[in-house]
Design a protein around this ligand. Structure first.
Ligand code: ADP
Ligand code: MG
Length: 323
Protein backbone atom coordinates (compact mmCIF):
# COMPACT_ATOMS: atom_id res chain seq x y z
CA UNK A 1 0.00 0.00 0.00
CA UNK A 2 1.23 3.48 -0.69
CA UNK A 3 -1.41 6.01 0.37
CA UNK A 4 -3.52 5.20 3.42
CA UNK A 5 -6.26 7.45 4.69
CA UNK A 6 -7.44 6.43 8.16
CA UNK A 7 -10.56 7.84 9.78
CA UNK A 8 -9.98 11.31 8.38
CA UNK A 9 -12.35 14.04 9.55
CA UNK A 10 -12.25 17.67 8.42
CA UNK A 11 -14.44 20.51 9.67
CA UNK A 12 -14.50 24.19 8.74
CA UNK A 13 -14.93 26.82 11.44
CA UNK A 14 -17.88 26.09 13.67
CA UNK A 15 -19.79 24.24 10.91
CA UNK A 16 -22.15 21.67 12.41
CA UNK A 17 -21.48 18.64 10.25
CA UNK A 18 -17.96 17.77 9.10
CA UNK A 19 -17.01 18.36 5.45
CA UNK A 20 -15.20 14.99 5.56
CA UNK A 21 -16.47 12.50 8.09
CA UNK A 22 -14.36 9.54 9.22
CA UNK A 23 -13.11 8.47 5.78
CA UNK A 24 -10.85 5.43 5.45
CA UNK A 25 -9.37 4.57 2.05
CA UNK A 26 -6.27 2.95 0.58
CA UNK A 27 -4.63 3.58 -2.78
CA UNK A 28 -2.12 1.01 -4.04
CA UNK A 29 0.95 1.76 -6.17
CA UNK A 30 0.05 2.42 -9.80
CA UNK A 31 -3.64 2.57 -9.02
CA UNK A 32 -5.98 5.36 -10.09
CA UNK A 33 -8.78 5.98 -7.62
CA UNK A 34 -11.68 8.33 -8.34
CA UNK A 35 -13.38 10.25 -5.55
CA UNK A 36 -16.89 10.54 -6.96
CA UNK A 37 -19.85 12.38 -5.51
CA UNK A 38 -22.12 15.40 -5.84
CA UNK A 39 -20.90 18.94 -5.35
CA UNK A 40 -20.24 19.74 -1.69
CA UNK A 41 -19.78 16.12 -0.53
CA UNK A 42 -16.19 16.71 0.60
CA UNK A 43 -14.09 15.47 -2.34
CA UNK A 44 -11.86 18.54 -2.65
CA UNK A 45 -11.46 18.83 1.11
CA UNK A 46 -10.17 15.26 1.29
CA UNK A 47 -7.87 15.79 -1.70
CA UNK A 48 -6.47 18.99 -0.19
CA UNK A 49 -5.86 17.14 3.07
CA UNK A 50 -3.83 14.52 1.19
CA UNK A 51 -1.87 17.33 -0.46
CA UNK A 52 -1.18 18.85 2.95
CA UNK A 53 -3.31 21.95 2.34
CA UNK A 54 -6.03 21.18 4.89
CA UNK A 55 -5.59 20.28 8.57
CA UNK A 56 -7.24 17.13 9.95
CA UNK A 57 -9.56 17.23 12.95
CA UNK A 58 -9.15 13.49 13.40
CA UNK A 59 -7.48 10.56 11.68
CA UNK A 60 -4.20 10.30 9.79
CA UNK A 61 -2.83 10.10 6.28
CA UNK A 62 0.16 7.82 5.68
CA UNK A 63 2.53 7.29 2.81
CA UNK A 64 4.15 3.84 2.85
CA UNK A 65 3.22 3.50 6.48
CA UNK A 66 4.66 6.85 7.55
CA UNK A 67 2.37 9.53 8.95
CA UNK A 68 2.43 12.64 6.75
CA UNK A 69 1.36 14.99 9.58
CA UNK A 70 4.06 17.64 9.79
CA UNK A 71 5.30 17.02 6.22
CA UNK A 72 4.62 20.29 4.36
CA UNK A 73 3.04 20.37 0.89
CA UNK A 74 6.29 20.77 -1.07
CA UNK A 75 7.98 17.88 0.73
CA UNK A 76 5.27 15.32 0.05
CA UNK A 77 6.36 14.78 -3.56
CA UNK A 78 2.79 14.88 -4.81
CA UNK A 79 1.64 16.54 -8.04
CA UNK A 80 -1.48 18.68 -8.24
CA UNK A 81 -3.82 19.53 -11.08
CA UNK A 82 -7.00 21.60 -10.83
CA UNK A 83 -10.08 22.43 -12.90
CA UNK A 84 -8.44 25.66 -13.97
CA UNK A 85 -4.93 24.62 -14.98
CA UNK A 86 -3.44 27.70 -13.27
CA UNK A 87 -0.81 28.07 -15.96
CA UNK A 88 1.59 31.02 -16.03
CA UNK A 89 0.14 33.27 -18.75
CA UNK A 90 3.45 35.02 -19.44
CA UNK A 91 5.45 31.86 -20.04
CA UNK A 92 5.11 29.78 -23.19
CA UNK A 93 4.11 26.12 -23.15
CA UNK A 94 7.68 24.85 -22.62
CA UNK A 95 8.19 27.41 -19.85
CA UNK A 96 5.14 26.14 -18.03
CA UNK A 97 6.12 22.48 -18.31
CA UNK A 98 9.73 23.24 -17.34
CA UNK A 99 8.41 24.91 -14.20
CA UNK A 100 7.33 21.46 -13.04
CA UNK A 101 10.95 20.31 -13.43
CA UNK A 102 12.42 23.36 -11.69
CA UNK A 103 10.13 22.78 -8.74
CA UNK A 104 11.64 19.32 -8.49
CA UNK A 105 15.15 20.76 -8.74
CA UNK A 106 15.89 19.17 -12.11
CA UNK A 107 17.39 20.55 -15.26
CA UNK A 108 16.56 17.83 -17.75
CA UNK A 109 14.75 20.00 -20.29
CA UNK A 110 14.77 17.36 -23.04
CA UNK A 111 11.99 15.92 -20.92
CA UNK A 112 9.80 18.91 -21.79
CA UNK A 113 9.40 17.78 -25.40
CA UNK A 114 8.93 14.20 -24.30
CA UNK A 115 6.11 15.27 -21.97
CA UNK A 116 4.46 17.43 -24.62
CA UNK A 117 4.46 14.45 -26.93
CA UNK A 118 2.90 12.33 -24.18
CA UNK A 119 -0.04 14.74 -23.80
CA UNK A 120 -0.52 15.14 -27.55
CA UNK A 121 1.10 18.59 -27.88
CA UNK A 122 4.29 17.76 -29.77
CA UNK A 123 5.73 20.93 -31.31
CA UNK A 124 3.84 23.30 -29.00
CA UNK A 125 6.95 24.36 -27.05
CA UNK A 126 6.96 28.04 -28.08
CA UNK A 127 3.21 28.62 -28.19
CA UNK A 128 1.94 31.40 -25.89
CA UNK A 129 -0.59 30.10 -23.36
CA UNK A 130 -3.18 32.65 -24.54
CA UNK A 131 -3.35 30.96 -27.97
CA UNK A 132 -4.36 27.57 -26.55
CA UNK A 133 -7.89 26.17 -26.25
CA UNK A 134 -9.21 25.09 -22.85
CA UNK A 135 -8.47 21.46 -23.62
CA UNK A 136 -4.90 22.25 -24.73
CA UNK A 137 -4.32 24.26 -21.56
CA UNK A 138 -5.37 21.28 -19.44
CA UNK A 139 -2.97 19.08 -21.41
CA UNK A 140 -0.17 21.52 -20.57
CA UNK A 141 -1.24 21.48 -16.91
CA UNK A 142 -1.10 17.69 -16.97
CA UNK A 143 2.37 17.69 -18.57
CA UNK A 144 3.57 20.16 -15.94
CA UNK A 145 2.14 18.05 -13.11
CA UNK A 146 3.73 14.87 -14.50
CA UNK A 147 7.12 16.51 -15.22
CA UNK A 148 8.76 15.79 -11.86
CA UNK A 149 7.37 12.21 -11.89
CA UNK A 150 5.33 12.72 -8.72
CA UNK A 151 4.89 9.65 -6.55
CA UNK A 152 1.20 10.56 -6.35
CA UNK A 153 -0.84 12.78 -8.67
CA UNK A 154 -3.87 14.57 -7.20
CA UNK A 155 -6.39 15.81 -9.78
CA UNK A 156 -9.38 17.94 -8.76
CA UNK A 157 -12.08 18.04 -11.48
CA UNK A 158 -9.43 18.56 -14.18
CA UNK A 159 -11.99 18.40 -17.00
CA UNK A 160 -15.02 20.07 -15.44
CA UNK A 161 -14.50 23.37 -17.24
CA UNK A 162 -14.49 21.69 -20.68
CA UNK A 163 -17.45 20.83 -22.86
CA UNK A 164 -18.89 17.35 -22.85
CA UNK A 165 -17.36 15.87 -26.00
CA UNK A 166 -13.89 17.09 -25.15
CA UNK A 167 -14.28 15.88 -21.57
CA UNK A 168 -15.00 12.35 -22.69
CA UNK A 169 -12.13 12.36 -25.16
CA UNK A 170 -9.60 13.76 -22.68
CA UNK A 171 -10.74 11.42 -19.89
CA UNK A 172 -9.82 8.47 -22.11
CA UNK A 173 -6.44 10.04 -22.87
CA UNK A 174 -5.68 10.86 -19.25
CA UNK A 175 -6.53 7.30 -18.24
CA UNK A 176 -4.11 6.03 -20.89
CA UNK A 177 -1.35 8.46 -19.85
CA UNK A 178 -1.69 7.57 -16.14
CA UNK A 179 -1.53 3.89 -17.01
CA UNK A 180 1.46 4.10 -19.37
CA UNK A 181 3.43 6.24 -16.91
CA UNK A 182 2.40 3.98 -14.00
CA UNK A 183 1.26 7.04 -12.07
CA UNK A 184 -0.61 6.53 -8.81
CA UNK A 185 -3.44 9.04 -8.74
CA UNK A 186 -6.47 10.32 -6.87
CA UNK A 187 -8.94 11.82 -9.34
CA UNK A 188 -11.82 13.95 -8.06
CA UNK A 189 -14.96 14.27 -10.20
CA UNK A 190 -18.72 14.65 -9.86
CA UNK A 191 -19.23 12.90 -13.23
CA UNK A 192 -19.81 9.13 -13.04
CA UNK A 193 -18.86 8.52 -16.66
CA UNK A 194 -15.56 10.31 -16.13
CA UNK A 195 -14.87 8.39 -12.90
CA UNK A 196 -15.64 5.07 -14.59
CA UNK A 197 -13.41 5.97 -17.54
CA UNK A 198 -10.29 6.97 -15.62
CA UNK A 199 -10.36 4.91 -12.43
CA UNK A 200 -9.39 1.40 -11.37
CA UNK A 201 -11.29 1.97 -8.13
CA UNK A 202 -14.15 4.37 -7.49
CA UNK A 203 -14.84 5.75 -4.00
CA UNK A 204 -18.37 7.10 -3.86
CA UNK A 205 -18.88 9.92 -1.33
CA UNK A 206 -22.01 11.52 0.08
CA UNK A 207 -22.25 14.26 2.71
CA UNK A 208 -18.64 13.80 3.82
CA UNK A 209 -18.83 10.05 4.09
CA UNK A 210 -17.57 7.22 1.93
CA UNK A 211 -20.60 5.15 0.95
CA UNK A 212 -19.13 2.57 -1.43
CA UNK A 213 -15.76 1.61 -2.90
CA UNK A 214 -15.11 -0.79 -5.75
CA UNK A 215 -14.17 -1.16 -9.38
CA UNK A 216 -16.41 0.67 -11.87
CA UNK A 217 -17.93 -2.71 -12.78
CA UNK A 218 -18.61 -3.50 -9.09
CA UNK A 219 -20.39 -0.21 -8.51
CA UNK A 220 -22.39 -0.45 -11.69
CA UNK A 221 -23.44 -4.05 -10.98
CA UNK A 222 -24.43 -3.46 -7.36
CA UNK A 223 -24.93 0.12 -6.20
CA UNK A 224 -25.13 0.13 -2.41
CA UNK A 225 -28.53 1.86 -2.22
CA UNK A 226 -31.12 3.79 -4.20
CA UNK A 227 -29.31 7.10 -3.85
CA UNK A 228 -26.04 5.60 -5.09
CA UNK A 229 -27.86 3.98 -8.03
CA UNK A 230 -29.45 7.31 -8.96
CA UNK A 231 -26.14 9.10 -8.74
CA UNK A 232 -24.50 6.49 -10.99
CA UNK A 233 -27.11 7.02 -13.71
CA UNK A 234 -29.91 4.59 -12.90
CA UNK A 235 -33.57 5.58 -12.78
CA UNK A 236 -34.84 4.16 -9.51
CA UNK A 237 -38.53 3.27 -9.19
CA UNK A 238 -40.55 1.40 -6.58
CA UNK A 239 -43.25 -0.90 -7.89
CA UNK A 240 -46.60 -1.35 -6.16
CA UNK A 241 -45.28 -4.49 -4.43
CA UNK A 242 -42.59 -2.36 -2.74
CA UNK A 243 -39.73 -3.71 -4.86
CA UNK A 244 -37.10 -1.11 -5.59
CA UNK A 245 -35.87 -1.31 -9.20
CA UNK A 246 -32.83 0.47 -10.62
CA UNK A 247 -33.27 0.83 -14.36
CA UNK A 248 -30.14 1.33 -16.44
CA UNK A 249 -30.19 3.67 -19.45
CA UNK A 250 -31.05 0.79 -21.81
CA UNK A 251 -33.17 -1.31 -19.45
CA UNK A 252 -36.65 -0.36 -20.63
CA UNK A 253 -38.11 -0.69 -24.11
CA UNK A 254 -41.55 -0.25 -25.60
CA UNK A 255 -43.28 -3.63 -26.10
CA UNK A 256 -44.18 -4.90 -29.56
CA UNK A 257 -47.90 -5.35 -30.26
CA UNK A 258 -48.95 -8.67 -28.76
CA UNK A 259 -45.92 -8.94 -26.45
CA UNK A 260 -46.82 -9.39 -22.74
CA UNK A 261 -45.58 -6.21 -21.02
CA UNK A 262 -43.91 -5.94 -17.61
CA UNK A 263 -45.65 -2.61 -17.05
CA UNK A 264 -47.90 -0.21 -18.90
CA UNK A 265 -47.93 3.55 -19.09
CA UNK A 266 -48.78 6.65 -21.07
CA UNK A 267 -46.33 8.42 -23.37
CA UNK A 268 -45.84 12.05 -22.37
CA UNK A 269 -43.14 12.97 -24.84
CA UNK A 270 -40.39 11.79 -27.14
CA UNK A 271 -36.67 12.44 -26.93
CA UNK A 272 -33.49 11.34 -28.60
CA UNK A 273 -30.25 10.36 -26.89
CA UNK A 274 -27.12 8.54 -28.00
CA UNK A 275 -28.62 7.65 -31.35
CA UNK A 276 -31.82 6.22 -29.94
CA UNK A 277 -35.40 7.46 -29.94
CA UNK A 278 -36.80 7.33 -26.43
CA UNK A 279 -40.34 7.69 -25.17
CA UNK A 280 -40.95 9.38 -21.82
CA UNK A 281 -43.57 7.17 -20.23
CA UNK A 282 -45.61 7.81 -17.08
CA UNK A 283 -46.02 4.52 -15.25
CA UNK A 284 -48.56 4.70 -12.46
CA UNK A 285 -47.44 1.41 -10.94
CA UNK A 286 -43.88 2.74 -10.61
CA UNK A 287 -45.03 6.11 -9.35
CA UNK A 288 -43.18 8.12 -11.97
CA UNK A 289 -41.71 8.59 -15.41
CA UNK A 290 -39.18 6.37 -17.18
CA UNK A 291 -37.42 6.53 -20.54
CA UNK A 292 -38.13 3.62 -22.84
CA UNK A 293 -36.35 2.76 -26.09
CA UNK A 294 -38.88 2.74 -28.91
CA UNK A 295 -36.85 0.95 -31.59
CA UNK A 296 -38.93 0.97 -34.78
CA UNK A 297 -42.24 1.25 -32.90
CA UNK A 298 -44.20 4.42 -33.63
CA UNK A 299 -45.63 6.10 -30.55
CA UNK A 300 -46.91 9.57 -29.83
CA UNK A 301 -47.73 11.61 -26.74
CA UNK A 302 -50.98 10.42 -25.20
CA UNK A 303 -50.71 6.80 -26.38
CA UNK A 304 -50.84 3.92 -23.95
CA UNK A 305 -47.83 1.60 -24.32
CA UNK A 306 -46.57 -1.64 -22.83
CA UNK A 307 -43.03 -1.73 -21.46
CA UNK A 308 -40.50 -4.55 -21.35
CA UNK A 309 -37.74 -4.67 -18.73
CA UNK A 310 -34.53 -6.14 -20.10
CA UNK A 311 -32.79 -8.36 -17.54
CA UNK A 312 -29.50 -6.83 -18.60
CA UNK A 313 -29.44 -3.35 -17.11
CA UNK A 314 -32.15 -3.83 -14.51
CA UNK A 315 -31.16 -4.26 -10.87
CA UNK A 316 -33.41 -5.20 -7.97
CA UNK A 317 -32.20 -3.21 -4.98
CA UNK A 318 -32.27 -4.60 -1.44
CA UNK A 319 -35.48 -3.81 0.42
CA UNK A 320 -34.96 -0.77 2.61
CA UNK A 321 -32.37 0.77 0.33
CA UNK A 322 -34.85 3.41 -0.83
CA UNK A 323 -34.48 6.73 0.96
P1 ADP B 1 -16.71 18.97 -3.18
O1 ADP B 1 -15.31 19.12 -3.64
O2 ADP B 1 -17.18 17.56 -3.10
O3 ADP B 1 -17.66 19.83 -3.95
P2 ADP B 1 -15.79 20.42 -0.83
O4 ADP B 1 -14.76 19.58 -0.19
O5 ADP B 1 -15.35 21.57 -1.63
O6 ADP B 1 -16.80 19.48 -1.65
O7 ADP B 1 -16.78 20.98 0.29
C1 ADP B 1 -17.33 20.15 1.32
C2 ADP B 1 -18.09 21.02 2.30
O8 ADP B 1 -17.18 21.88 2.98
C3 ADP B 1 -19.12 21.93 1.65
O9 ADP B 1 -20.21 22.04 2.51
C4 ADP B 1 -18.39 23.25 1.53
O10 ADP B 1 -19.28 24.33 1.56
C5 ADP B 1 -17.50 23.23 2.76
N1 ADP B 1 -16.24 23.95 2.54
C6 ADP B 1 -15.30 23.67 1.64
N2 ADP B 1 -14.24 24.51 1.72
C7 ADP B 1 -14.54 25.36 2.73
C8 ADP B 1 -13.87 26.47 3.33
N3 ADP B 1 -12.66 26.84 2.90
N4 ADP B 1 -14.49 27.10 4.34
C9 ADP B 1 -15.71 26.70 4.79
N5 ADP B 1 -16.38 25.68 4.28
C10 ADP B 1 -15.83 25.00 3.26
MG1 MG C 1 -14.58 20.20 -5.28
Amino acid sequence: MTLSIHGVTITYGSAGSPAVDDVTLEVATGEVIALLGPSGCGKSSLLRAVAGLEPLIAGRIEWDGRDLAGTPVHRRGFGLMFQDGQLFPHRDVAGNVAFGLQMAGRRDYSRVSELLELVGLAGYERRPISTLSGGEQQRVALARALAPQPRLLLLDEPLSALDRGLREHLAVEIAEILRTTGTTAVYVTHDHDEAFTVADQVALMRAGRLVQTGTPADLWAAPVDAQAATFLGYRVVTDDGGTCLALGPRAVRVAHPGEAPDATGVVTGLTFARGERLALVDVERWGGQVRARTGAIETEPGSAVGLILEADGTIVLEPGSAD
